[in-house]
Design a protein around this ligand. Structure first.
Ligand SMILES: C[S@@+](CC[C@H](N)C(=O)[O-])C[C@H]1O[C@@H](n2cnc3c(N)ncnc32)[C@H](O)[C@@H]1O
Length: 284
């Protein structure tokens, strides 16, 4: 049991599910979805379950639990809450500015491999594809993009982008050091926007669970941004073991702001490439 859940037990507010109730809820969700949610952080889960109780218009976690059993739509909504898919192109542009520098070292390999783990609906993958194209690496770098959720993997594969977000994406691209035009990689038609099919066609998309699935290749660059922060300490250790197994010595690891491999058992194997940015190189 996550110790954070135990602390929640002592909260006085009667509407706050107890640690035991939340655990029972997570168990039931895991059975219904076939995905083990027990390794997700207690406080984050609790916040999301409470929001779901409010938006479903049920009184408490018991009513939500009862609804799960009769309503597959509710299961899907709760599952989406548990695995937040918030993402954007060039999220944290200073991070991607550092990635641009690393790509020149990646270019020394004849056939580098990049894995975007927890890719959500695709914008992170599209950001890497733009950088690879600008570095002249797109034809020789094989990109793999995976996520827990088949629905978001399909969306990522489709290349569909919300056209309303393009100005924000363009601004992120510029702040990451982009000198060209992001829109050169995006086609707009029928009120929708689509990422460059020529770049996307080389990507291998797939469903992969960082907590239960095995390593499936050896990579020169692993990007796992804003995913491990949802896991508890056991889940983080598990994911970092898998990432370490999947990363070649001298390969690079990109994480989200606030995430670090330095609390994992592999801490001595990494050095931070640029201070302030969660970009690491495996040094042995
Ligand atoms: C907040 S999004 C981050 C998306 C992207 N990496 C970014 O930084 O913009 C977290 C993603 O992690 C995925 N995820 C959650 N648990 C996972 C797991 N056990 N294995 C693989 N992906 C997972 C979710 O489905 C979601 O798409």
């Amino acid at each position: 049991m996550n110790p954070l859940l135990l602390r929640i037990d002592s909260e006085p507010d009667g509407l706050v599910p107890s640690g035991r109730e939340l655990s029972a809820f997570v168990e039931r969700m895991s059975e219904l979805c076939g995905t083990d949610f027990r390794r997700y952080q207690g406080p984050g889960l609790l916040r999301r379950v409470r929001r779901r109780i409010a938006s479903e218009g049920v009184a408490d976690i018991h009513e939500l639990l009862a609804r799960l059993d009769g309503d597959p739509g509710c299961v899907e909504r709760v599952r989406a809450d548990m695995t937040l898919h918030v993402t954007t192109m060039f999220r944290d542009p200073d991070f991607f500015a550092e990635v641009r520098r690393v790509l020149s070292a990646l270019a020394t390999y004849p056939s580098p491999r990049l894995w975007v783990a927890g890719c959500a609906t695709g914008p992170e993958v599209y950001s890497y594809l733009v950088l690879l194209k600008e570095a002249g690496l797109h034809q020789r770098c094989r990109v793999y993009a995976t996520d827990l959720s088949p629905r978001v993997v399909n969306r990522a594969r489709s290349g569909k982008i919300d056209p309303g977000l393009l100005p924000e994406y363009e601004a992120g691209y510029r702040r990451s050091g982009g000198k060209g035009h992001l829109l050169d990689h995006i086609e707009q038609r029928d009120g929708a926007a689509w990422f460059d099919r020529g770049l996307l066609d080389g990507v291998v998309f797939g469903v992969h669970n960082l907590l239960t699935d095995a390593s499936f290749n050896e990579f020169h660059f692993v990007s796992c941004r804003n995913v491990t922060m949802y896991f508890d300490s056991i889940g983080q250790r598990h994911a970092h073991t898998l990432i370490h197994e999947s990363l070649r010595p001298l390969g690079w690891l990109g994480l989200g702001i606030g995430e670090s491999p330095l609390h994992s058992p592999f801490q001595p194997d990494y050095r931070q490439v640029a201070s302030g940015q969660p970009l690491y190189q495996r040094i042995r």
